[in-house]
Design a protein around this ligand. Structure first.
Ligand code: TYD
Ligand code: MG
Length: 384
């Protein structure tokens, strides 16, 4: 996630909604660093030492070098860090801290900023990496992590839906490495566990035999992710058709509907259309266009998309399929997960794409099918 490791003296902000698992994640990180590297100081302004200790026991963290301090005072933190000189410091959370020389309340924008700047000096001065936890809050009373992004060296957001066990750790800024990395975790009874093959997980409960389901290959950072997209198109009962999305940009969906209408001739305009990304995942890349459009067409025409087929391609306003980056990586991931066919953009017969994929080391029984337009792709996809 941090593009190679923790840099000494760096200040890293971990943001997320209350209850998403920030304290759990960083306590686990603390346990590992304390066991393998050196002393860790975990400062909690939210929970008592007993509460943190109980959680550590639940997480099976026994490291002798893990030190807990319950305080909300910036000065006390400075003193403790100076004295212990730990290998890592965690501050949970920035919104509970206050600097004695400011009269503003903890959590106010001035306190949160000042405390962050002081922690930055502390980290840089002693060459100790320091994580701060920040709650993403509904607008209003408390200053959220957004207000701190420009001060810190790296920003990670822990996301997910509270009722889904998956958690995504997303890098949005990193002065020392690549951003846009994504780590996929699952919340168990014993804390967060890494999901080693996220694509397999996102596809595991796929209902085969249902129309309106397509598998797309999205890139998040350097990692390809296969994700199921579902769509439902039903004749609209009211004059004003609805279009509802979950995990896909609403305007992008409207554009795809327009292309389906005008370039493919599907009268989706008088249908309510729902599009959903399975697993609470959010797809922001245009390469998923083909899959989304195909899922809608599949539901509209009540034709199945073969379950062993993955779909890759950006769609332009003329209905053309446009090339996507890192094609070989994406196709290889689909093959690795047992898919047998993949539709990819291929203008002019697709010779260029084929030569690009020749080196990808795909299995012999894996078929790459090129299509130059959405209409052509749908002809191939919706045969059943
Ligand atoms: P927490 O780390 O306290 O969230 P945050 O610091 O972001 O507010 O985690 C909160 C939720 O995680 C809580 O509802 C309980 C759940 N949880 C587990 O499911 N398993 C665990 O092992 C732990 C420690 C927490
Ligand atoms: Mg917490």
């Amino acid at each position: 996630m941090l593009g190679g490791g923790l840099v000494a003296g760096s200040l890293i902000l971990v943001g997320g909604e209350p209850g998403i698992g920030k304290s759990t994640l960083l306590l686990q990180v603390s346990g590992i660093i304390a066991r393998d590297v050196g002393p860790v100081l975990y400062i909690s302004g939210e929970e008592s030492i007993e509460q943190v200790k109980m959680r550590a026991e639940r997480l099976d963290i026994t490291g002798e070098r893990l030190y807990l301090l319950a305080t909300t005072e910036l000065d006390a933190i400075g003193e403790a860090v100076q004295r212990l000189k730990p290998s890592l410091v965690i501050v949970d959370s920035i919104q509970t801290l206050s600097a004695s020389y400011l009269t503003a309340a903890p959590g106010s924008i001035s306190q949160v900023r000042e405390c962050t700047v002081q922690l930055m000096h502390l980290a840089k001065g002693l060459h100790i990496p320091l994580f701060i936890i920040g709650h993403v809050t509904k607008e209003g009373t408390v200053a959220g992590p957004k207000a701190l992004e420009h001060i810190v060296d790296a920003v990670l957001y822990l996301e997910g839906e509270r009722y889904h066990s998956y958690r995504l750790l997303r890098g949005v800024k990193n002065r020392f490495g690549a951003t846009h990395e994504v780590g996929v975790f699952e919340m168990h009874g014993e804390g967060l566990g890494e999901v080693l093959n996220p694509s397999a997980v996102f596809l595991s409960d796929r209902a085969t035999g249902a129309t309106g389901s397509a598998v797309v290959v999205s890139m998040d950072g350097t990692r390809p992710l296969l994700v199921e997209v579902q769509a439902l198109a039903t004749p609209s009962n009211f004059g004003n058709p609805r279009c509802t999305t979950n995990g896909i940009d609403h305007n992008r969906l409207l554009m795809l509907l327009a292309v389906l209408t005008k370039r493919v001739g599907l009268a989706v305009g008088n249908h309510d259309v729902y599009a959903n990304v399975v697993g609470g995942f959010s797809l922001e890349e245009p390469s998923v266009d083909l899959g989304v459009a195909a899922a809608i067409a599949s539901s509209y025409r009540e034709r199945l998309i073969a379950p062993d087929m993955a779909l890759i391609g950006e769609i332009g306003l003329s209905g053309e399929l446009r090339a996507v980056n890192r094609l070989a990586l994406r196709v290889r991931e689909a093959a690795k997960l047992g898919f047998k066919r993949c539709i990819v953009p291929g203008a002019g017969g697709g010779a260029k794409v084929r030569s690009e994929l020749a080196e990808a080391g795909l299995p012999d029984d894996f078929k790459v099918i090129t299509a130059s337009t959405l209409a052509v792709a749908l002809e191939i996809v919706l045969q059943h």
